[in-house]
Write a protein that binds this ligand. Structure first.
Ligand SMILES: *Cc1c(COP(=O)(O)O)cnc(C)c1O
Length: 420
């Protein structure tokens, strides 16, 4: 899937499924996020088909996009959830994802979060450290529950992705080093309230090559054999997420190729496989639709100043991420080179530098592509800008799936102390 697969131009107008983006923008003020339900479903079904020969459960990584409409769409298709907080557990359950399809990752789960997850009997805790394991054991014992656990293993491989989304190096904060894994499992097996169930690994995000995955899974397979010889009953391997998407021209292995590699590395273990895709389900299923506020001619360059900013989509400023920027109406045949920037008072509020876009004027609509994952979920109201609404399209219908708050909503969250 490319950034424009589900947002094609017809007669110079950008569409999503059966609706023109400009028709949505007539009813909802920009900026807004727009998702294609069909794109999400197709991506999920591609994974499902790719893993159909294995005992596999897809646990969507909720942090990529946690809107109820997204979760309910995936729940309906049978998806589980990979969650990293109590809030995400609540979102998943509310959207209809059953607890026995929820795996719980995260490096600093609190007592309260662990108690909540235990009370629901979730499928698995992906444990990231010995102190976390001790706390889970304590809480489980006090609640008379048994926690099914996997250790998240840090296999010490380089994911060859951006440093801020690489998680499987020895120097990262995530997981238990593979060299200490056998000892960690031995300790776990001796603790009350703990059932050793699986092994988990997640080496990073936006991987464009299978080689780091294959290396990590090979090490995990060897570990599973060692753990079994140590007497542990390992029945689950959670292979994490991380398969990348095409933002510009990256060539990404297909979901089938990825699944075949997983099979090659792990099928001899006869384990249940859990996969935790986030970006590869949502990324190219969504765009951020914005309007040009001004076209400003600087001394050296022209700026397209948008009504969307870094608070709405932080990936360019946080990860130097590339997003295609496309005019919603391409009827002007002239391409111009612009710096595309937002309204926030930060130099970092720049979506693109020296980018060719169809010549645009104030009021024209601009689409920032590949924004379905790590877009809306990372937004803030910095500069007291209103969180942007989210829209989901299915066929010829669309629905507002999160509405824009009002200024009153935002301001009334503050409390002026009595001495003022
Ligand atoms: C973020 C995350 C994922 C999803 O990663 P994607 O790159 O979006 O597929 C899966 N598992 C864990 C533990 C994560 O932290």
């Amino acid at each position: 899937m490319t950034p424009v697969s589900y947002f094609p131009h017809q007669n110079n107008h950008m569409y999503v499924e059966g609706i023109a983006i400009s028709d949505i923008a007539k009813q909802i003020q920009t900026p807004f996020y727009c998702y294609s339900s069909t794109a999400i479903e197709t991506n999920y079904q591609d994974y499902q088909r790719a893993f159909s020969t294995q005992d596999a459960l897809i646990c969507y990584a909720v942090k990529a996009n946690s809107n109820q409409a997204v979760l309910a769409t995936l729940a309906k298709l049978g998806s589980g959830a990979d969650v990293v907080s109590m809030g995400e557990i609540r979102r998943a359950i509310t959207a209809g994802i059953p607890a026995n399809k929820i795996v719980y990752s995260g490096v600093a789960k609190t007592l309260e979060e662990i108690s909540y997850a235990l009370s629901l009997d979730i499928l698995q805790f992906n444990v990231e450290s010995e102190p976390e394991l001790a706390l889970i054991s304590k809480v489980a014992t006090s609640l008379n529950k048994t926690a099914a656990i996997a250790f998240r293993i840090n296999p010490d491989v380089c994911a060859q992705t951006h440093a801020k989304i690489s998680t499987g190096n020895a120097e990262n904060k995530f997981g238990v080093p593979i060299s200490k894994a056998r000892l960690a499992y031995k300790q776990a097996a001796a603790l009350p309230g703990i059932k050793v169930q699986g092994v988990d690994v997640h080496i990073g995000s936006q991987l464009t090559s299978l080689a780091p995955f294959a290396e990590a899974y090979k090490r995990i397979a060897e570990l599973v054999i060692d753990l079994r010889s140590d007497g542990h009953d390992i029945s689950v391997v959670d292979v994490g997420g991380g398969l990348g998407i095409t933002y510009l021209d990256e060539i990404i292995p297909s979901k089938q190729t990825y699944a075949d590699m997983v099979t090659a590395q792990l099928s001899h273990l006869n384990c249940k496989i859990i996969i935790e895709p986030g970006r590869s389900l949502l990324g190219n299923a969504g765009i951020l639709v914005s309007s040009v506020v001004f076209v400003k001619t600087g001394e050296e360059r022209q700026f397209l100043m948008l009504d969307a900013g870094m608070n709405d989509l932080i990936r360019p400023s946080m990860y130097e991420a590339y997003h295609q920027i496309i005019a919603v109406d391409k009827s002007s045949n002239v391409l111009k080179t612009y710096d595309v920037v937002g309204p926030v008072c930060e130099t970092g509020d720049t979506f693109a530098k020296a980018r060719e876009v169809h010549q645009s004027d104030a009021g024209d609509l601009i689409a920032i592509m590949s924004s379905g994952a790590y877009g809306a979920v990372m937004s803030s109201s910095y500069n007291t800008r209103l969180l942007v609404p989210e829209v989901m399209v299915k066929g010829n219908e669309f629905a507002i799936v999160r509405k824009r708050p009002s200024y009153e909503d935002i301001i009334k969250q503050d409390i002026t102390p009595s001495w003022l």
